[in-house]
Write a protein that binds this ligand. Structure first.
Ligand SMILES: C[S@@+](CC[C@H](N)C(=O)[O-])C[C@H]1O[C@@H](n2cnc3c(N)ncnc32)[C@H](O)[C@@H]1O
Length: 548
């Protein structure tokens, strides 16, 4: 201390020398806009929001949320993420959620678009808004004051309905579910095929074809579990099941188990009986093994069907085992005399499994793609086959079939009768190997399979286009422009487009007809939905294109 310091008051002496401190940066959160495919559920939501706005004479300016404020102002959370009563569900969106308009929490001249899972059109209820996005908010349905005319909660079969993300329509009569799915197809073509719609270039969408089984139909389920990063060794078994969605206080009688992003599910009522036996077995096994896991994982449960003639001995092979280490199996009788089906549940992705459809058997690796609802496959394959016929054909003319995206040969094989030659194309070499095996096992001699991209198929096809029908069954994202251009140049007599994403199908049909070289030569003969997944919002759509 200097002499001068001694003369100053203590507080000044103790004070630290003042240096220039850079201002502390206030971290402001920003809303991260994700790039989404326009035909994904979030992409489709943008069209659905526009539709609701148009119907209510509103614009995006009337409903947009100030995200900077919502994310950064401490008061905003309580104002925005609030309970709102008297909310009327206006419609369903394509993922099966309800959609509505509610007053804006701060600005009386504005509104908000709200998405309400498990809300049905006409329901009036109370919701809790829990998340805000620029053009809409997410909510949970808390209670229903006036139920929708289509709501029949007494039909709910599963105790997890309302919290499991798997099913959306268990409380709706099956006929009504089929109507909802038809509307999804109509909307998809409205949003993604506007030119065809405007010019009257689309047929009426046919009624959705029902699934013979409405529960107990799924031949594949993939329950999963998470392991938190922080855990060296798990102390409790984590939940094993399916993703959670919703806060089911509107249900008076559910039993939802512990909270978490994954629900703990012992039985899934849309799964087949043997898949549920497998689920029980694998859960028991996991109970003893969960401590070994450092990461989350998915358990594959895939039904395997062996066709056994009454005088043959049943050889079960590998499969999910019961508490005594015995492979669980179920026997099912079929119409064919002297024949029964023996079902087991496979968990190894590389194991070969079998399906039995319309008298044909199919083998494929358990982890590869195969349709999930065996009960509807005879109906779909017959429908596709009946739509491949080329107009004005005489029985003496040779006809051909190209099955692009053929997988392990489902359509190639079931549609191979009455055509001279089938060519299947598939990007997965493993699936092509099975397609060849399946053709052989079913005594199909007129089918050839090529490993390759559908986009490259036309270089190898030598069948006359005017005698050839083409089946398209691409993955959810649909076909790309390269493929559609080549298909148009090839100019086949008939196109049957099967899709598990009607939005990408509608986009592709619009583009094919309006933008490709010979697209204008075609018209859309029919569009029909098939209900591969009862109780859920999913719909498979088949569009048939023919030459004018
Ligand atoms: C929806 S699955 C249909 C399979 C088959 N039609 C069935 O019903 O079992 C789509 C198939 O397309 C295949 N795939 C994906 N991209 C492809 C491409 N660019 N060219 C050919 N096949 C492709 C996948 O491997 C998958 O087997």
């Amino acid at each position: 201390m200097t002499e001068d310091d001694k003369k100053r008051p203590a507080s000044e002496v103790d004070a630290k020398p003042v240096t220039h401190q850079p201002k502390k940066k206030v971290h402001r959160r920003k809303y991260k806009t994700k790039e989404v495919d326009s035909t994904s559920p979030l992409g489709v939501l943008q069209y659905e929001i526009e539709e609701v706005l148009k119907e209510h004479n509103l614009t995006k300016d009337n409903i947009s949320n100030d995200m900077k404020y919502v994310l950064n102002d401490p008061d905003a959370d309580a104002k925005y993420h609030r309970i709102v009563s008297n909310v009327k569900i206006l419609a369903l969106i394509s993922n099966g959620d309800g959609i509505s308009i509610i007053p804006h929490p701060e600005d009386s001249t504005k509104s908000q678009i709200v998405v309400v899972p498990f809300g049905l059109p006409g329901d009036i209820g109370t919701i809790k808004v829990f998340k805000t996005h620029p053009l809409y908010v997410e909510s949970d349905l808390l209670s229903i004051e006036t139920p929708s005319p289509v709501r029949k909660d007494s039909l709910i079969n599963c105790k997890y309905f309302g919290k499991c993300s798997g099913c959306q329509y268990q409380n709706v009569e099956y006929d009504q579910q089929l109507k909802f799915k038809r509307q999804t197809i109509i909307n998809a073509y409205k949003y993604f095929a506007p030119k065809l719609n405007e010019l009257g270039g689309l047929p009426n969408v046919d009624n959705t074809e029902a699934s013979p089984l409405q529960y107990g139909y799924r031949t594949k389920l993939t329950p999963h579990f998470n392991v938190p990063f922080s855990k060296k060794e798990l102390e409790y078994r984590p939940n094993v099941g399916f993703g959670a969605k919703g806060r089911p206080t509107w249900r008076k009688d559910g039993e939802f188990g512990p909270d978490g992003s994954i629900l703990d599910i012992e039985e899934c009522l849309i799964g087949t009986a043997i898949i549920n036996t497998g689920m029980k077995n694998e859960r028991r096994k996991f109970e003893g093994e969960f401590k070994k896991y450092k990461k989350g994982a998915t358990i594959l449960l895939r039904e395997d069907t062996k066709v056994v003639h009454n005088d043959e001995e049943v050889k079960l092979g590998e499969g999910s085992v019961d508490e005594n280490g015995v492979v669980s199996h179920l026997e099912v009788s079929v119409e064919e005399e002297n024949t029964k089906l023996v079902k087991t549940c496979v968990t190894n992705t590389r194991q070969i499994v079998k399906e039995y459809i319309n008298g044909y058997t199919f083998e494929f690796s358990a982890g590869e793609f195969f349709q999930n609802n065996n009960s509807i496959l005879p109906i779909v394959t017959n429908y596709v086959k009946s739509n491949l016929s080329i107009p004005n054909s005489t029985p003496d003319q040779r006809n051909y079939l190209v099955d692009a995206y053929c997988g392990s040969g489902l359509f190639s094989i079931t549609c191979s009768k009455n055509v001279s030659k089938v060519i299947g194309v598939e990007v997965s070499a493993d699936s092509v190997k099975f397609a060849e095996r399946n053709a052989q096992a079913n005594n199909i001699e007129n089918a050839k399979f090529i490993v390759g991209k559908a986009e490259e198929i036309f270089a190898n096809i030598d069948t006359p286009a005017d005698r050839t029908s083409v089946i398209l069954d691409p993955p959810r994202k649909g076909c790309d422009d390269v493929f559609l251009n080549q298909l148009s140049s090839y100019h086949p007599a008939k196109i049957v487009y099967i899709s598990c994403n009607v939005h990408s199908q509608a986009r592709d049909v619009e583009w094919f007809i309006n933008n490709t070289e010979h697209g204008k030569d075609y018209y859309v003969e029919s569009i029909r939905g098939f209900d591969f997944f009862p109780q859920t919002h999913h719909v498979e759509s088949v569009a048939v294109l023919a030459l004018k």
